[in-house]
Write a protein that binds this ligand. Structure first.
Ligand code: ATP
Ligand code: MG
Length: 357
């Protein structure tokens, strides 16, 4: 029996609710498969932990997580604690500490879900956005000077390194090669940002040359945003910088119907460190404790994690179970126009998993 050690971090807001639902579904997948089992440890890190201890996670948090095969994450964000603490000291600390330089967000419109794009446009959405997750515009380099004076400056320096660009480009090409259309769009803004993004273009072009079977095109980020809405079927795998992909991937999830559905993987492709899997939504305080958080994003997160753990057939079965529930359209949470609770959606997906086996 294959065993996968999972670190579960619910975090803030609805994070713990959807992670708990996700773990139930993952247990059901493992039970139905019988070829593997999970050994799950939960960590109560996040904003409440910060209120108790003055830290988002313990000082040796990364060392505690290192032995796990994967991290199953909820959300962070708090009304009282600033984002630079909640985000940087937990989620980003994990991403950076474990060199999870590839952020991957698949987007498709699940059956039965009505997105903002019209029928045939919406149905054409089948995208994977690859986001450079370790440097670029979010490198954290910069500073403030002359505070309060008219000449005060605030600077964020976008950092692009040859090695950093090369590894994410290679990752995106490898991923695009696994998809039927073998198509990659490289997003840039090198017409306006004439140093870092020119290096980005050059290095990506060099890597792409190693993949003659890929169809590659290059788009400015502004034109790309318009293309995703107007011609979604022309887009397949997308490679973009930290900032550009951040924006395009929110556009993507909006096109797919609800913030409550999508999932993201933060990968260390070298597999030296555990990778982290999370739903795309945040802590959503308006619905905390009401039992109506949509758990589908957490389930999709589970499917991505299964795939990463080498359990592709189980991941496929889980996605099929999710799709069968959305296709029926009778058991959906209020964000999708239904009246079901988190628990009822969880039960429905578990029932679909049983039916499929
Ligand atoms: P954060 O600051 O952590 O990003 P947020 O308060 O901005 O949190 P988000 O999670 O980003 O909230 O989502 C914005 C809104 O979308 C929420 O207020 C909520 O109404 C809705 N939403 C997000 N996720 C879900 C979900 N899983 N189920 C139902 N509604 C959701
Ligand atoms: Mg938000």
């Amino acid at each position: 029996m294959r065993k996968h050690r999972i670190a579960a971090i619910g975090g803030d807001g609805i994070g713990p609710e959807v992670v708990q639902a996700g773990l139930r579904v993952l247990e059901a997948v493992a039970k139905a498969d019988a070829g593997f089992a999970f050994e799950t440890t939960s960590f109560d890190w996040g904003s409440d932990y910060y209120r108790r201890t003055g830290r988002m996670m313990p000082e040796d948090g990364l060392a505690q997580l290192a032995p796990f095969d994967a991290i199953f994450f909820g959300a962070v964000g708090d009304k009282e604690i600033p984002d630079h603490i909640t985000l940087w000291d937990l989620r980003l600390a994990i991403c950076q500490g474990f060199d999870q330089y590839a952020n991957v967000r698949p987007t498709t419109l699940l059956p039965g879900i009505v997105g903002p794009l019209k029928d045939e446009l919406g149905a054409a959405i089948d995208w994977v956005i690859v986001r450079e997750n370790s440097e670029g515009e979010y490198a954290g380099v910069g500073g403030r000077a002359h505070r309060g004076l008219p000449l005060e400056v605030g600077m964020d320096v976008a950092v692009f390194t040859r090695g950093g660009v090369e590894r994410i480009a290679r990752f995106a090409c490898d991923l695009a090669m696994t998809r039927p259309r073998r198509k990659l769009t490289v997003v840039t803004k090198s017409n306006a940002q004439r140093h870092g993004l020119v290096l980005w273009d050059e290095v990506v072009a060099g890597v792409v040359a190693d993949y003659p079977e890929l169809t590659v095109d290059k788009m400015l980020v502004d034109a790309m945003a318009a293309r995703m809405v107007v011609k979604p079927g022309s887009v397949d795998t997308v490679l973009a910088t930290n900032l550009h992909a951040d924006i395009l991937s929110d556009l993507a999830s909006a096109c797919a119907g609800s913030l409550g559905i999508g999932a993201t993987a933060n990968l260390d492709p070298s597999r030296k460190n555990p990778s982290m899997f999370e739903p795309i939504h945040g802590s959503a305080f308006d619905i905390v404790g009401k039992g109506i958080a949509n758990p589908l994003g957490s389930f999709w997160t589970g499917a991505m994690m299964l795939e990463h753990l080498g359990e592709a057939p189980a991941a496929k079965r889980l996605m099929a179970a999710i799709a069968s529930v959305t296709a029926k359209g009778t058991v959906l949470t209020p964000d999708l126009g239904g009246s079901a609770t988190t628990d009822q959606v969880t039960e429905a997906v578990i029932a679909a998993l049983r039916g499929a086996n």
